[in-house]
Design a protein around this ligand. Sequence first.
Ligand code: BGC
Length: 752
Amino acid sequence: MYKKLFLSLALAAAIGGTAKADKPLPYLDDSLPIEQRVEDALKRMTLEEKVALIHAQSKFSSPGVKRLGIPENWMTDGPHGIRAEVFWDEWSWANWTNDSCTAFPALTALAATWNPDMALLYGKSIGSEARYRNKNVLLGPGVNIYRTPLNGRNFEYMGEDPYLTSRMVVPYIKGVQSNGVATCVKHYALNNQEFDRDHVDVRVDDRTLHEIYLPAFKAAVLEGDTWSIMPGYNKYNGDHACENTTLLLDILKGDWGFDGVAVSDWGAVHNTDKVVANGLDMEFGSWTNGLNWGKSNAYDDYYMADPYLNGLRSGKYSVKDLDDKVRRVLRLSMRTTMDRNRPYGSFATEEHAAAARQIAEEGIVLLKNSAVKGKGKTPALPLNTDKVKKILVVGENAEHIMTLGGGSSQLKTFREISPLQGIRNVVGDKAEIRFVQGYESPQEPPQDRPDVKLPEQGPIDLDALRAQAVEAAKQADAVIFIGGLNKNQHQDCEGVDRESYSLPYEQDKLIDALVKANPYTVVVILSGNAVSTPWRAKVPAIVEGWYSGSEAGNALANVLFGRVNPSGKLPFTFAEKLEDYPAHATGDKSLYPGVGGIVNYSEGLNVGYRYKDINAVFPFGYGLSYTTFKLGKPTVDKSSFGAGEGVTVTVPVTNTGKTAGSEVVQIYVADKQSSLPRPEKELKGFKKVAVEPGQTVNAVITLDADAFKYYDPAKASKDNRETGWIAEPGDFELLVGTSSASLPYKVPVTLK
Ligand code: BGC
């Protein structure tokens, strides 16, 4: 009460207004509807204040309206934790001592849980950390579709399937925004490679755009109600995403009715005329004064700063367009910083570490688990410390810090348990643990840390490192190899793509040599991308452990030693070789990385498992468990239904093994009669169920009317492109199983 009174008096005095002492000014009165408050604030603002509101004042903040008590906006990366504080106008860490966050697993790991509850937990937890650090916009999550395994940023995204990504992004957003912190869903749209990302111009047909590349953004807007979105660096049909009428005005703000803020990616704006007219609302990270690169504190020179203001003053630009942007930013403030009921948040707590660990554990994918040659029938995993007394851990990734590197998602974390430490934590004194490196990567200085001087690295002798590991492997009862990619340049890193589908630093050779020396060699890959696995037939067990954040090592060790039964499923296809992915199938450079700055998505809908000839060695949706499951015959609530209706499928899942575990039942829709050719199958429903040994649990999955639709550009009206979505009457099959390649049940249904 006193606070309110004081605020009103102070503000009334500050703005020379006549507010009554006991009644806040309308824009500050949170008993009024937000739209009324927005209009009230808008009419109090000067032209200069409006323009100031819509562009940055520092690397990650914009000024608000001080005179009116409208707070600054503070943005933070995203999407795996709250980025360290940086200097006002520099990318380098500001060396605060209280900004070490919880690192949550990379979004690929989250997607691999196939559990929307985990996405909600993730969102709530990371949103709470953002709130505590006084950030009101979290730059994430990323929902760009996995088109090529070379994309350096796939680890920040949720895989190859628009439906899975959509189901995971919605609860993430809800969780974050329940803290009074906005998500900024990125990178809208078609930012599917890092190579030439600032210029690359994507050409994609409308059907593919709507069926593959837009659904997750649409779900984020229409179901998640995200309060902001980030148009990316790339172009689409000749215009940059931040300046793109089709993407921003027609689709986002037109068809989807988005009422939030379109925040430019950092440095993604190029032209005042275009951003003014084409629907961008806020400009961040421009590096330039419009002429030269790297001028410091050039915020007044931003495209949406003085050049815009001057154009408004001269009448070149209309205040109406400006007001639309300002309203959106005010709405953002009302929803976040000016919501006095939002929680306070908490930071780097044990509760958040536990959440990070739980998500990591659910996301780890067991790709192979067979018996060790010459050692009976028991599968290699979980490792049993009654039997393996001498364990050798090999591989640089057993110790590599994974929260650093990789670009803007890198984190300063209060804890990162390495795999080696996690294994030691779990094993204790029950077995002897030895570590040898086996291979080495060239050291890279951590990004944004010019202050860190790395010790000089001598020449790397991979042959000698390998020989040493092989000798040690011969002495061990079991070997755990921990390799993969590492977020160095070209190894899962923003700004650059991978240059090869293979594991780097001669890891293939090392794995071959290890398993020859000791058949009990378990391979753990840490990565955010598929890699080639030429040794997969030789090794008894393979695990994909992702980049799993603060509790990575504990989560991995809990799975390796059987404290946790793995239940993750791949969110993208592991193919045999690069050419198995449709974007690379023909070697035509116009599909990737582009020719003359243009990339043609001419594979169309053939992305991931939708491509019949993908040649998956580990398919989309696949992942093993330490127990076995049997799916019973699915039943449907009705076998024929009308347009606008859906169908509910019940699938009994029996745990036929000896360990409690979780299985993900997946339903893919196959359209038997359609005017346009459709992919053989498309994921349209899934459910993760926990089942005790010997028990049966029903997975109940509802496919709504949208599950049967496809997009026909010929049917789309120019005023609303959403009208292109149609459900054609006819016969469908529901393919039910536990991965895109294992769908034993076919349930016929008819759309009347
Ligand atoms: C990235 C964004 C990030 C921004 C701010 C850009 O380079 O593409 O994802 O949020 O920087 O760090």
